[in-house]
Design a binder for this molecule. Sequence first.
Ligand code: SF4
Ligand SMILES: [Zn+2]
Length: 465
Amino acid sequence: MGMFEDIPVDVGPIYEGERIRKEQMYVEFGGPNVKEKFELCLVKPPEEVEDGKVIIVGPDIKDLEEGKSYPFGIIVEVAGKELEKDLEGVFERRIHYFCNYIEGFMHLNQRYDIWLRLSRSSFKKGLNSFNYIGKVLIRLFKSEFPIIEKIQVTFITDPEKVKEWFDKALKIYEERDARALALHDEDVEEFYGCTLCQSFAPSHVCIITPDRLSLCGSISWLDARAAARIDPKGPNFRVEKGECLDPIRGEYSGANEAVREKSLGEVERVYLYSMFGYPHTTCGCCEAIAFYIPEVDGIGIVDRNFKGPTVIGLTFSALANEVGGGRQVEGFVGISIGYMRSPKFFQADGGWSRVVWMPSHIKERVKDAIPPELYDKIATEKDAMTIEELREFLKQKGHPVVERWAKMEEKAEEVPEEVEMVPAMVPVEGVPVAGGFRIIFKNVKITAEKMIIRRELPPKKKKKE
Ligand code: SF4
Ligand SMILES: [Zn+2]
């Protein structure tokens, strides 16, 4: 790669999937051990950007102690006649991809939640300064987006300065999301899509609408629109709405078509406002995961920063491993924090009145979006850590799902034995069943002497006490 002759390590998309384990790492920036970290892209007036400049605030890589985790910030400032504010989010998202092109350098997540690692072997090869990383970013940005006329990149490791910018960055993200949320799906002519994550999650297609921020939380409808305008053949593209097939579940013929086409037939339909039936696909970088809890007929939510197990015993990462990778799994769906603020948030499933559990720090963060009469009825890790405790809590608080329980039990009694034994994934009306499996073979020949496929039956329903 001629473009990178002066960089001590290799650069290219082949390094994208590279993971750097703790034993291989030289230092890490951000991540779970550090509270303050962020990345930000700002569109600036041309006189405020010095093209090609890399600024390092705080110690450079070679002055850091091996094996440690550091507070960290990246600011990418761009200028250009055709640049608009709405492109900030789009460019910012590319920091992730471009950093991952660097051999021995790993970047995870986005915005306030970034986690980067530098490998010991790349450090030994000479990748010991942010100057190199900045240069790579600058060149990749400019070659990918010719409308960027000037670009400078700042790396911050000085903890004080990171903290200062971290607070500013949070406000900027919020303003961006608020701007996008002022629009609604009914008001716009078209939706947008994103396939950036297909390098990690091959069948994943994000459908981005004003009421449904992308699940990574960093690309809104406005952002995607701006990106599609400047690069219509790129990963962000226009999606015709087509016919609205179901305004409650949020099914649009145009979105279905786009998903079908971009997932190469893997996914056929998508409901934008429901976790049942045909939920949106999930990739690994979602900010949160919503999961159906059949025992209480409610929805639980866990965000990436909640490290412990959820009320169903699984952690965020365990859930992400189960449903990420671009799959469509009924009863589980990756969402952004911003989507919780949408009036269409799981509208078909009951919205907030169906949410029964979420980590306290997220509940606090989206407090303004939760109907006040429900706020105290939603359990957190402080109220319930088992299904039994959750049941008790909901009953005691008179959560709206409790009313559904009586109906559920009535239904269950009406249902004959055989029907109860449906395999997972087949929705029984009103009682969605989560989990299950799907096997897809394409162009394969299989020979076997014997093959046994066994179905696990769901446990028998306990008799009513
Ligand atoms: S999660 Fe969706 S919107 Fe975000 S980068 Fe991935 S594909 Fe694009
Ligand atoms: Zn992703």
